[in-house]
Design a protein around this ligand. Structure first.
Ligand SMILES: O=c1[nH]c(=O)c2[nH]c(=O)[nH]c2[nH]1
Length: 300
């Protein structure tokens, strides 16, 4: 039976890079995980083993470290754009590059003024914060797409959440509730309008603001379902941030079940919960401007 090569890409996944910037005794660290995936004239390597078109994944890893030294790592989107364009522009056989980066936050460990003054400020504790993400594509036709995001942003409302009025069939046992705990770990990705990748785009400020609006909408929405909360979060970002044209959210419903304490002669007025970890509801959705331009490969 005749077979053909389908879509393919290759690259180096999860290159771990930590960069230390020294400002006298005050140090700053940037901790990122970089993945690159290239595609283009790759028929020969798959069909005959001819590697002439292949920029080794080892070289891609080295490029990440060399670029960190040459260009620094400021906003992850800018670093990803730099790398993606470099692969396409320097390699005739590479037609398309995807670079994804995750940033892991560190907090400074407070030290007493005496120690800080004498020995500097160079101690950090890994933050319990979310992970910041981005995925950049650059294509030989000149198109660059930028998707920013975050994951593991864990949030909880201890009231102002209901879930009732749902379909009940012969398998339904869930009691309707007018007051429940609503908790989730938000994964959000947002697509920047084309052109947003122009140098100088303030990705850091954009990130902080989108995060602020996601949290604000979660906290301020009286929730009738996680689906409704998801939409409100996406809508808030789109109304507030003109550089964003689409928001995709994935939110696991981290169920909190009221524990039955009657065997112990105790009541439980919405106070003691079992925080279950699985299975969990998974609510996913996209919210976009009605005039959002075609996403092309942005989400791939
Ligand atoms: O917000 C919710 N949406 C659902 O679709 C659902 N289904 C369920 O069992 N609990 C919930 N909660």
């Amino acid at each position: 039976m005749p077979v053909v090569l389908g879509p393919n890409r290759y690259g180096k996944a999860e290159t771990r890079l930590v960069r230390v910037v020294r400002d006298g005794g005050v140090h700053h660290i940037k901790d990122v995980t970089v993945g690159s995936a290239l595609s283009g004239d790759m028929e020969a390597v798959h069909l005959t083993g001819d590697n002439a078109a292949v920029l080794p994944t080892d070289t891609q890893k080295n490029t990440v470290y060399a670029f960190a030294r040459k260009h620094g790592v400021a906003e992850i989107e800018d670093f990803a754009i730099l790398l993606a364009r470099h692969y396409v522009e320097s390699q005739p056989t590479v037609h398309h590059a995807r670079v994804e980066i995750e940033e892991h936050f560190w907090d400074r460990i407070p030290v007493s003024e005496d120690v800080a003054g004498e020995r500097g400020r160079h101690s950090f504790v890994r933050s319990g914060r979310e992970v910041r993400t981005c995925a950049v594509h650059h294509d030989r036709d000149g198109t660059t797409t930028v998707v920013s995001g975050l994951r593991d942003l864990v949030v909880l409302n201890s009231t102002d959440s209901e879930f009732s009025g749902f379909v009940e069939d012969e398998y339904t046992t869930l009691p309707p509730t007018k007051d429940r705990v609503l908790a989730t770990a938000v994964s959000a990705r947002w697509r920047h309008l084309p052109g947003a990748e122009a140098p100088g785009t303030a990705y850091g400020e954009s990130y902080d603001e989108v995060r602020r609006h996601l949290l604000g909408a979660f906290a301020e929405t009286y929730s009738l379902s996680l689906q409704q909360t998801l939409y409100a979060m996406g809508e808030r970002v789109l109304n507030a941030r003109e550089e964003v044209c689409e928001v995709r959210l994935a939110m696991p419903n981290k169920h909190h079940f009221l524990v039955d304490l009657t065997p112990f002669g105790l009541d439980n007025p919405n106070e003691v919960f079992h925080a279950a970890d699985r299975p969990y509801g998974l609510i996913e959705g996209s919210v976009l401007r009605d005039d959002a331009p075609d996403a092309r490969f942005a989400w791939e």
